[in-house]
Design a protein around this ligand. Structure first.
Ligand SMILES: N[C@@H](CCC[C@H](N)C(=O)O)C(=O)O
Length: 273
């Protein structure tokens, strides 16, 4: 029996299973996503990137390809900043993107991007909108934060202590009325002029080693707290670093994207899930 093609990739160690599915034939249930992402009973990943033709999903996108992104727990999310770079790397290496500049459709809207010769990818991430403020609690410690919409929801908290001391193993508490769809929680230290350090607890995943939309939210929040809406910063995460530029109505994210493996899923395993 034949298998189902997969690839594995990561962007600053935010890792993904890529499922090429141009005609949208796969029945990608939450149970299948959760099993694929499980690091013991599956391949292991923070999320799944299903590669589908926009037309096959009836999506009105300027991009030929649509990123159907799922979190490791099987939930659907609007956007993934590291995932979209890995998705672009896959399309380029598979010969499915004509040039190094193209657009990918996502649930948060179209994302034009550039794949650079040095293997990094720059993505137009759309607006990073400050939506208010809220509070999160890690253990006994409460942190106020800036709420930012980058197509998906974020709460960015600047903390006085080293972010490394935070225990992000458990889900930090947050205001479920303020964030009825859940929220990605970023904890940040300012390192230097134009350099920030971040750890993240992602909605639908848990702590990850990076979150691209999170890095954009962090820079937007830092600028907001400094009384401006335009600027750039390097954001260091446990899995590497990215560069972010924010301006009114637009933000840009540049970072690495790698494909590390390819193979076939066992079809009888898939069918039993
Ligand atoms: N890791 C991603 C974000 C993935 C979605 C997020 N967990 C959510 O539910 O909004 C990124 O790199 O942006």
């Amino acid at each position: 029996m034949g298998g189902i093609e997969f690839l594995k990739g990561h962007g600053t160690q935010n890792d993904f299973v890529i499922l090429p599915d141009p005609a949208a034939r796969l029945d990608l249930t939450p149970a299948r996503v959760a099993a694929l992402c499980d690091r013991r009973r599956g391949l292991g990943a923070d999320g799944v990137l299903r590669v589908v033709r926009s037309a096959a999903l009836g999506e009105r996108s300027a991009g030929e390809w649509f990123m159907d992104y799922r979190n490791a727990d099987g939930s659907v999310a609007e956007m993934c900043g590291n995932g979209v770079r890995v998705f672009a790397r896959y399309l380029t290496e598979a010969g499915l993107a004509g040039t190094g500049e193209f657009t990918i459709g996502t649930r948060a809207g179209d994302r034009p991007l550039v794949v650079h010769p040095d293997r990094s990818v720059t993505v137009h991430m759309g607006p990073a909108t400050i939506t208010g403020s809220s509070v999160t609690t890690v253990g006994e410690a409460a942190f106020s934060g800036v709420a930012v919409d980058v197509g998906n929801p974020h709460l960015v908290s600047f903390v006085d202590d080293d972010v490394d001391v935070l225990d992000l193993e458990k889900q930090p508490a947050y205001d479920g009325e303020y964030f009825p769809e859940g929220v990605n929680l970023e904890f940040v230290n300012a390192v230097d002029e134009g350099v920030l350090r971040m750890r993240v607890h992602e909605r639908g995943v848990g702590e990850t080693r990076s979150c691209g939309t999170g890095t954009v939210a962090v820079v937007a929040a830092a600028l907001h707290l400094a009384g401006t809406d335009t600027g750039s910063s390097v954001v260091r995460v446990p899995g590497g670093q990215v560069e972010v530029t924010v301006a009114p109505g637009e933000s840009m994210l540049t970072g690495p994207a790698e494909i590390v493996a390819r193979g076939e899923l066992d079809e009888s395993w898939w069918a039993r899930l």
